[in-house]
Design a protein around this ligand. Structure first.
Ligand SMILES: *Cc1c(COP(=O)(O)O)cnc(C)c1O
Length: 752
């Protein structure tokens, strides 16, 4: 039992009812910290260190209360004192430590490791201004520093501090910890974030993310992914990565020593999962520490490190498979460059094939380093792993077939339904009991396919989520969404391969169709959200197209009552928690073969949305689970897309010339439309689509339009639609990150 009333008096000298929502938020944060402080960390000789450049953890109050088993009690006591717990939750500032799916995956994994009682901590950096805060000005994205640190409650400063030696100078670090509480477990893990002593926030102006990239002693932990369009930015990224992995490696060695390791047996004490290529330099850094600081032989050190580092590949996009000039690494740390050169020589001696070398033409291929000197390589969905094995990493798979495995991504149910969708959670609890919180098993719902009460319960839960979403959009950006609208959502980073531009072209088509008198039976609201990398011009142009379309349609009285385009500003975890439960339709329309897995597809499914998708990433697995009739698939297959690339056989101009497509693409340069936006941006996007279209939006456009019309028509058969929705929820258990983490532990980590 907790007594919030007496806590309020102690905390602020007034009754609970007298506190502001923000004060209640502080009070509850204190309560959680107090509980966490009493919890031991998960025990185990071998500890997992999950190294990641990003942790997109989201707000923590609600999920921490859920995981402590206190949420219901707190909600009821607050309600009795006149406080709405949702309003209190909104007072928490969302930490800005991540970018997109990769960082969110890391956060879901932390929750699942703690829930399964596995000794595993996250290790990363404490970015003072995060990625950036997105604001729309004149229909365009502007990037502002995200000042999340000023008001956060979860970071605790630790005594731990290391010296990181760069070529010409050294810096000192400081460790901060965020407790990670398992669901109903009584133990905790930690997210461990290193910061730079002497980091200087004043390098960053209030209204932009430009700063002095050369001030390395003061800037290393200011931003996640600083702009790398110039050399100073690229060098800064290497400095930042080395700062991250040197701290991680020193932490790993120090903790192993403390727990009795003689370092010859380090692999019995630690296993390192590197989340994409950013932390790859932990391999040479661990070797450096073992050899230079602890006197082990080079060969032995290589053997030890190779048996304790595992690598997750997240993408097949060339831009994300990092390659750094050896000269950059030499400037940052000559010793690390030297270790990498030795590792490269060892590979050359055994494997002469040019395509598997670590250093090629003076450039270090980070993924190659991770694959040769790690013991495990995994992809993140079945299709993705298959593409890695058969195509992208084929020469490595031929060398080391036993290292490769698939670990399909997952999401934590504590956040992605229990915290964000109370009405659906209550329905599931009522119908199935609460075992699914832990097992993820929702298949019992299938027996209720024809249960009118459950189907109506699903409809009511969706209405409840829609009301919460309308409230959110109204309060956050003054947008009114009609009560009976279909909610059709594409939220994710803006990238050409995700093909937001294809959905935008559909909207042009739909606007024309309505203009021609084909009035939809109910209003349609299409919601976009997502950030674009500041140096990624075409993605910025697509954001601009969406914003301009939104304005254009809203200004047309013939169409506005039936079609609405909403672009959510500063899409983040908190926004996702409001939007995803409300969605009827989940847009997962990437060019097949390009989306490694996706995880928002899983969140939508769990919340009862029906997926409209290409057979890409984990969509393939979703389609297998729900079966035909409960998902809408369209588009060119992954194998055919791969063939088109291989043979250079895709000709966008041929598609552009088709009359139905030309009309839509040319709308971007229609003088009246262009006058509503930035003609230069729209012209550039038009020309790119018509003549380049690297991610083949025009290839699948006609099929996409047909599929969308089918989905909207089917939505009107309410009973049949609710049944589809039910099947999606019922089959989502496969995508619990508890399942994913159990597999990592069983196949890779062996923590217990
Ligand atoms: C889940 C999530 C993502 C990943 O979305 P994808 O559609 O899988 O790319 C990105 N951002 C946020 C805020 C998320 O919650």
């Amino acid at each position: 039992m907790i007594d919030l009333e007496s806590r309020a008096r102690k905390f602020a000298g007034k009754g609970l009812a007298e506190l502001t929502d923000a004060e209640v938020c502080r009070l509850l944060e204190g309560l959680v910290r107090e509980r966490a402080a009493q919890m031991p960390t998960n025990p185990g000789k071998r500890r997992l260190y999950y190294l990641s450049a990003e942790f997109l953890i989201g707000r923590l109050l609600a999920t921490n209360l859920i995981n402590l088993g206190l949420y219901g009690e707190v909600r009821d006591q607050l309600a009795a004192a006149g406080h709405d717990i949702n309003r209190v939750e909104e007072c928490e500032v969302e930490p800005s430590l991540g970018n997109g799916g990769l960082g969110r995956l890391a956060a879901c994994f932390l929750d699942s490791m703690a829930t399964l009682g596995l000794p595993g901590d996250g290790v990363g950096l404490n970015y003072h201004f995060g990625l950036f805060h997105q604001r729309f000005v004149d229909g365009q994205q502007t990037a502002l520093p995200d000042e999340w640190l000023a008001e956060q409650a979860w970071l605790a400063e630790e005594p731990t501090s290391f010296t990181v030696p760069f070529a010409d100078f050294s810096v000192t670090s400081r460790l901060y910890t965020v407790d990670v509480l398992g669901y109903g477990r009584g133990t905790r893990n930690r997210l461990r974030l290193f910061d730079l002593v002497g980091v200087d926030d004043s390098l960053v102006p209030a209204d932009s993310i430009d700063f002095d990239k050369d001030a390395l002693r003061r800037n290393l932990t200011l931003f996640l992914y600083p702009d790398d369009s110039d050399e100073a930015g690229r060098l800064l990224r290497v400095y930042q990565q080395y700062f991250m992995v040197s701290n991680a490696a020193q932490l790993i060695v120090a903790e192993a020593l403390e727990r009795g390791s003689d370092l010859h047996d380090l692999a019995d004490y630690a296993v390192v999962q590197i989340n994409d290529t950013h932390p790859t330099m932990v391999i040479p850094e661990l070797i450096r520490l073992l050899v230079d600081e602890h006197g082990l032989g080079f060969g032995e050190a290589v053997g030890i490190v190779s048996s304790m580092v595992a690598f997750t590949n997240h993408t097949i996009l060339a831009e994300a498979l990092e390659k750094w000039p050896l000269a950059y690494i030499e400037r940052v740390s000559p010793r690390i460059a030297e270790v990498i050169e030795k590792l490269d020589e060892l590979v050359r001696a055994e494997h002469p094939e040019p395509q598997v070398q670590i250093i090629q033409d003076g450039v270090v291929h980070m993924a190659h380093l991770a694959i040769h000197y790690g013991f495990s390589v995994n992809g993140v969905a079945e299709l993705h792993t298959q593409i890695l094995e058969q195509t992208e990493l084929r020469p490595f798979f031929d060398l080391y077939p036993q290292k490769f495995s698939n670990k399909t991504n997952g999401i934590t149910f504590r956040r992605w339904i229990m915290a964000c969708n109370p009405a659906l959670t209550a329905l599931l609890d009522h119908t199935l009991g609460t075992d699914w919180h832990r097992t993820g098993d929702l298949t019992g719902l299938l027996a209720h396919r024809d249960d009118e009460e459950v189907l109506q319960g699903l409809a009511a839960a969706k209405d409840d989520a829609k009301a919460r979403m309308r409230d959110f959009l109204w309060h956050s950006q003054g947008v009114r969404v009609p009560e009976d609208a279909i909610i059709d959502v594409q939220v994710k980073r803006f990238h050409e391969y995700k093909r937001q531009q294809m959905l935008a072209l559909y909207l042009v088509w739909k606007w024309m169709d309505i203009k021609n008198g084909n009035i939809p039976p109910r209003p349609i609201t299409v919601v976009f959200g997502g950030k674009a990398a500041p140096a990624y011009t075409i993605a910025q142009d697509v954001i601009h197209l969406v914003l301009t379309l939104s304005k254009w349609i809203a200004a047309d009285p013939d169409v506005a009552p039936y079609l609405q385009v909403v672009m959510v500003e500063n899409y983040n975890v908190s926004a996702a928690e409001r939007l995803i439960p409300a969605a009827d339709i989940s847009e997962q329309i990437s060019l097949a073969s390009k989306e490694a897995s996706g995880t928002s597809n899983m969140k939508f499914m769990l919340n009862g949305a029906v997926t409209l998708c290409t057979l890409d990433g984990a969509n393939v697995e979703i389609a297998d689970l729900v079966g035909e009739g409960n998902i809408y698939t369209f588009g060119t297959s992954s194998a055919e897309v791969e063939r088109l690339y291989r043979e250079g056989a895709y000709d966008p101009a041929a598609y552009y010339r088709r009359p139905g497509i030309k009309l839509l693409v040319d709308f971007l340069v229609n003088p009246r439309f262009a006058a509503m936006g930035n003609p230069e941006r729209l012209r550039r996007l038009h020309d790119d689509m018509a003549g380049h279209d690297y991610f083949m939006a025009l290839l699948d456009l006609e099929e996409f339009i047909q599929a969308k019309e089918r989905v909207y028509a089917d939505f009107e058969d309410r009973q049949a639609w609710l049944r589809k929705s039910l099947v999606n929820v019922a089959q989502a258990g496969e995508f619990s990150s508890d399942r994913t983490i159990a597999q990592y532990d069983r196949d890779i980590w062996h923590l217990r």
